[in-house]
Design a protein around this ligand. Structure first.
Ligand code: FE2
Length: 375
């Protein structure tokens, strides 16, 4: 059943202070040094900057890595009691900060607070010899936050407090360019609460919605709405579990993450075959789609530029919408809790999210859940 809705929203909260894109993602992790090595080695992120005891920060260590326009910050606590330590204790490794670029962090903050957001960080300006970075922040679902960032007056590598990080070990990039979208999992009956939050507070529109009839297998189901800023630069699908015979993947996430949080980070490449080939060589584990999936691919998706045999060998999925087609593949969770994972996506015109792949994908995820004893 097709349930795509074009939803006109007149609340353009941040019109006076538009969101310019995703500045960076900060993950709170148990061991930032080892996480940095993983994202360098496995995903081809390049070392950029570091903050920790050597740079005058006593209670935490942070590594900044970049690839294309994607910036990841990996932070861990150096002391037993801190915001990071509590977050990692509760959630395991996970995305804490989805940082959004703005022109005016004070205005973005004030607009958001006026529209009902809860404060995370009051506006602050951090300075060093390279200039200044302005920050402010609000809470979103779970313990996740949005930090507004204005670095237009900063010439340094990342932000005051950070120094160049230049390890001798430096594997190459794998062709990842941009954050395509970020998916949040929220609790039962909370999807509409949080889509309304994005409408009211950040002036987002709803691009698409999927209900449990679209996204269900025999056992598990979920519902999803895709929220986007006016220009479509920022896309945040929000999922909630739906009733199925067994525990859905969203429920499994909520149990192990101990609440709402970022489920997956979708990263865009211009050449998914090359990117995924390299990621596999570097040990990134992907979900294995039954090869029968490819028997009906031509029927479903029509002509595509890529060799079917290469896609089949790598397990890359294809879906078509009215604007074109897309190629996508999903990693297994990147930590021991079955929580955060990555999607690698290449868009050939399509602006959707791979609805035609949901069934094959979810059956594969259920097999993984069953192996973990969580189905
Ligand atoms: Fe996705």
């Amino acid at each position: 059943m097709q349930t795509e809705e074009k939803h006109e929203t007149t609340v353009a909260t941040q019109d006076s202070c538009p969101l310019l894109g995703i500045d960076h993602l900060e993950l709170y992790v148990g061991n930032a040094k080892q996480a940095a090595y993983f994202y360098q080695s496995a995903f081809g992120f390049q070392p950029l900057a570091y903050a920790g005891p050597e740079t005058g920060v006593k209670d935490k260590a942070s590594y900044v890595l970049a690839q294309g326009n994607i910036r990841l910050v990996l932070s861990c606590s150096l002391i037993p009691v801190s915001e990071i330590a509590a977050h990692v204790n509760m959630h395991g490794d996970g995305v804490k900060v989805i940082a959004l670029k703005v022109k005016n962090t004070e205005k973005a903050y004030q607009n958001s607070i006026d529209r009902g957001a809860r404060s995370y960080l009051e506006p602050v300006v951090n300075k060093d010899e390279h200039g200044e970075v302005s920050l402010s922040g609000i809470h979103t679902y779970g313990d996740t936050v949005h930090v507004f960032v204005d670095r237009s007056n900063y010439k340094g590598l990342f932000a005051p407090g950070y120094e160049e990080w230049k390890p001798s070990y430096c594997p190459g990039e794998v062709g990842l360019k941009e954050v395509d979208h970020l998916v949040g999992n929220v609790d039962w009956m909370q999807m509409n609460v949080w889509t309304k939050f994005y409408e009211d507070v950040l002036g987002f529109n709803q691009l698409v919605s999927f209900d449990d009839k679209d996204i269900s297998t025999e056992y598990s189901a979920l519902m999803s709405k895709v929220m986007s800023d006016g220009e479509g630069k920022i896309k945040f699908p929000i999922n909630e579990p739906a009733v199925g015979k067994r525990k859905s993947q969203v429920e499994e996430y909520l149990i192990f993450y101990k609440g709402a949080g970022v489920q997956h980070i979708a990263l865009e490449t211009d050449d998914i075959i090359s990117t995924v080939t390299q990621l596999k060589e570097r040990g990134v584990e992907f979900l294995n789609i039954p090869t029968g999936y490819y028997d009906t691919l031509a029927e479903r998706c029509g002509e595509i530029e890529e060799e079917l045999s290469s896609l089949k060998e790598l397990g890359v999925l294809v879906d078509r919408d009215e604007d074109g087609y897309l190629l996508q593949i999903f990693t297994k969770p990147v930590e021991d809790r079955p929580t955060v994972f990555f999607e690698i996506i290449q868009r050939r015109g399509a602006r959707s999210f791979g609805k035609g792949n949901f069934k094959a994908l979810f059956e594969t995820i259920e097999k993984e859940q069953a192996r973990r004893g969580n189905l």
